[in-house]
Design a protein around this ligand. Structure first.
Ligand code: NAI
Length: 343
């Protein structure tokens, strides 16, 4: 299985290590360094098989190349996965994170990482005890969820402007799916902007805590709204779900929202504007690089995040002018930036 996955991947470098003390498989995948050192989060997860963990890391690293190129930052794409037999705690977690940090250090800065699923800023503090190439620790860039949420908000405003002629969210109905690190602050910000916010989460307590109008997770995709913002899991847009949608726009943070590439055409044919996930969810990267490398203050950060809305606006105009999908326009932009870098 590993052989097939690696052979089919178009990336540069994949490091595979079996960590005997924990039973974890560690995969650090550097998809592209054409625009700069490969950047991407570290995900810790229990997978059915180690090959599923490798497949996740390979796929996500390629998506990071697209995200970095579309955001115009001087970074390539990478991703790391710690495929663990069970989520470790206490000392076992610390020592695994230390060994992982040593592995990343051995890559000499060609891979730089931050948090992802099950890796918190506090975990990154532990990795940073052994590795200088860590972003999003508690003392520095912090939780990237807030920057991601803010970037999605700018993306939603740009998409609303494209479809309705004004970025004003007052009176627009937005369904936020997933009230985690991104969805919760996004839902709050949308409500502050005057939008009617519907929320859904498999964790009912999060819906109750939001104080916003809840929709059951099972019925969420059929809810009538102007904007559907997927902020939970990937793959929610598919041949089965697209016919159910009753929205005009899809714009949210979840990675890999399209179950298959053809789903971009299915959305287009239904007259639903899809804001490519990797274009609108780059706010976390912008936040961490801006605060940690560029020394930005909060005003500069907000300007950087607003640029996500500007690039989406340009992309949507280009797609409309040429009669192509926003995904096709985004892919063209990424290809242009990589070609300019000689990739
Ligand atoms: P999180 O783990 O903090 O929150 C996810 C939320 O979704 C949880 O409240 C969970 O209960 C809920 N959920 C899970 N499955 C669901 C389902 N089927 N239906 C409804 N709710 C469900 O995750 P976070 O950080 O908020 O990220 C959300 C998405 O955005 C993920 O796909 C992530 O990969 C993506 N993303 C996050 C970034 C970040 O900076 N945190 C950056 C870029 C992408």
């Amino acid at each position: 299985m590993f052989e097939d996955l690696l052979r089919a991947w178009d990336g540069e470098h994949a490091v595979v290590r079996y960590d005997a003390p924990s039973g974890a498989w560690i995969f650090a995948c550097l998809h592209s360094t054409a625009l700069g050192p490969a950047g991407g989060g570290t995900r810790m997860r229990v997978y059915p098989t180690p090959a599923d963990g490798l497949a996740d890391a390979l796929r996500l690293s390629a998506a990071m190349t697209q995200k970095m190129a579309a955001a115009g930052v001087e970074r390539g794409g990478g991703k790391a996965v710690l495929a663990v037999p069970a989520l470790p705690e206490g000392e076992a977690r610390r020592t695994l994170l230390h060994r992982y940090g040593e592995l990343v250090t051995s890559l000499g800065g060609s891979f730089r990482t931050a948090g992802d699923m099950n890796i918190s800023p506090a975990d990154l503090d532990v990795v940073a005890e052994r590795c200088p190439w860590v972003y999003g620790t508690t003392g520095r860039g912090g939780d990237s969820g807030r920057g991601t949420a803010r970037g999605v908000l700018h993306g939603i405003r740009a998409a609303v402007e494209h479809v309705f002629g004004s970025p004003d969210l007052a009176g627009r109905t937005v369904l936020v799916q997933g009230l985690g690190a991104v969805g919760a602050p996004l839902a709050r910000a949308l409500a502050e902007d005057g939008a009617e916010v519907l929320v859904t989460d498999v964790d009912e307590a999060r819906v109750a805590a939001s104080g916003l109008e809840g929709v059951s997770a099972a019925d969420a995709l059929g809810a009538e709204c102007d904007i559907y913002a997927p902020c939970a899991v990937g793959g929610t847009l598919s041949a089965e779900t697209i016919p159910l949608l009753r929205c005009r726009i899809v714009a949210g943070s979840a990675n890999n929202q399209l179950a298959a590439p053809e789903d971009a055409d299915r959305l287009h044919e239904r007259g639903i504007l899809y804001a490519p996930d990797y274009v609108v969810n780059a706010g976390g990267v912008v936040q961490l690089i801006g605060l940690e490398d560029e020394g930005w203050d909060e005003t500069e950060l907000e300007r950087g995040l607003a640029r996500i809305g500007d690039s989406l606006r340009e992309l949507l105009a280009e797609a409309a002018a040429e009669g192509i999908t926003p995904v096709a326009a985004a892919e063209r932009l990424v290809a242009r930036r990589l070609a300019d870098a000689g990739a």
